[in-house]
Every structure is written in structure tokens, then in C-alpha cells.
Ligand binder design. Structure first.
Ligand code: ADP
Length: 177
């Protein structure tokens, strides 16, 4: 049985993430979506909320499990009995950061293999960060996030929660291991 782990911050889960989840779950026996609790980075949703939103989006996928973790991603993958790390690659924006992260992870855990799935054309320009911008400006999120995520975003933003990541924090987002 091959277990793969798809780690990320998922703040919140988008249709781009879900596309990767659907495709990876068809390739492996078990897919664990690892939601990273990043205490050093400002998140719009709490860890519990991000987990709940991801669970709501993947309930119909029997071999997909949503879990949270802290610490090194490779340690989490090992703890879950995983052999494969899944990442999604969008054109231009992701390659360098993923390459850097993959090189370090290979040093830390040579037994874990990275599998990158190319983002589907319709989701190439979709990021959780952009989704939050659109939601803040009250644009339509149709086709970009599941309905319950759009509702949660609307509710959160109406409560006055605004994400204001520093440049340093968004850089950290790209290189966290
Ligand atoms: P984001 O980059 O949207 O903030 P995460 O940090 O949660 O998302 O990323 C988790 C993984 O999902 C990363 O490998 C990232 O490249 C990938 N990913 C994010 N958005 C997409 C998308 N639209 N299509 C494919 N993969 C994506």
C-alpha cells in the first residue's frame, strides 16, 4: 500500500488544491492532506477551520484523509508511513521554490520521493492568496473554491479579519520545509 502526503497551508483550500487532490488520490492507495500549522505566518483561517474546510471539500473521496501537523514536513510524512510527497506546480511561480525545498528535503529524508503534478490550465493562476484578495474586494469566487469555502470567506471577512502578510512572511511561505 502506497501512502502519499500532500502538504500545504491550505488557507483556505481552493479548486486548484482540489484538482491536485483528485488526481493524486487516483494514483496512490491513500492520500493524506497535511495541513501545516504555521505559527510564524499570518493565516486568515485557524488550523481547525482550515482542517474543517478541507474535510468538507474532500468528504466524497474515500482514500483522502485530512490531518494537521507542525514541525518538519518530512517527519510528518514518515510518521504517517508515507513514501511520497505531492506538490502542485503552477507555471513560473512555483518551480524555483519547490526545487529548493525538494533539495533540502532530500538531504533530510532521502527515503521520501517528491512527485509534482502540473497545475491544470484553468488553475494555473489560482492561489489561496489571490482568492483572499478577490474575496476581500467582494469579487465572484465561482469556480475557484467550493461553495462552503466561499461562504466561510465571506463570513470571516465580514467579521473584520483581514490578512496582511509581510513580504518576509510570504517569502517564508514559499520556502518552509
Ligand atoms: P498556496 O500556494 O495557494 O497558498 P499552499 O501553500 O497551501 O497554497 O500550497 C500547497 C501546495 O499546493 C503547493 O504545492 C502549491 O504549489 C500547490 N498549489 C496551490 N495552488 C495550486 C493550484 N492552483 N494548482 C495546483 N497546485 C496548487
Amino acid at each position: 500500500m502506497i501512502t502519499a502526503v500532500y502538504p500545504g497551508s491550505f488557507d483556505p483550500i481552493t479548486n486548484g488544491h482540489l484538482d491536485i487532490i483528485h488526481r493524486a488520490s487516483a494514483l496512490f492507495d491513500k492520500l493524506i492532506v497535511g495541513i501545516y500549522d504555521r505559527p510564524d505566518k499570518h493565516m486568515l483561517f485557524s488550523l481547525e477551520e482550515r482542517v474543517a474546510l478541507a474535510k468538507g471539500a474532500t468528504a466524497s473521496l474515500r482514500n483522502v484523509h485530512i490531518k494537521s501537523y507542525s514541525g518538519l514536513t518530512v517527519d510528518f510524512i514518515r510518521k504517517e508511513g508515507g513514501k511520497i510527497m505531492i506538490r502542485g506546480l503552477r507555471m513560473n511561480s512555483d518551480f524555483e521554490a519547490e526545487f529548493e525545498m525538494a533539495s533540502m528535503n532530500k538531504k533530510l529524508a532521502p527515503d521520501i520521493e517528491l512527485v509534482c503534478l502540473m497545475a491544470s490550465c484553468e488553475y494555473q493562476c489560482l492561489s489561496a492568496k489571490l482568492i483572499k484578495e478577490v474575496a476581500k474586494l467582494e469579487g465572484s469566487l465561482k469556480g475557484l473554491v467550493p461553495k462552503h469555502v466561499a461562504i466561510a470567506l465571506k463570513k470571516k471577512l465580514s467579521q473584520g479579519y483581514l490578512e496582511a502578510p509581510t513580504e518576509e512572511a510570504s517569502h517564508r511561505n514559499k520556502i518552509s520545509l
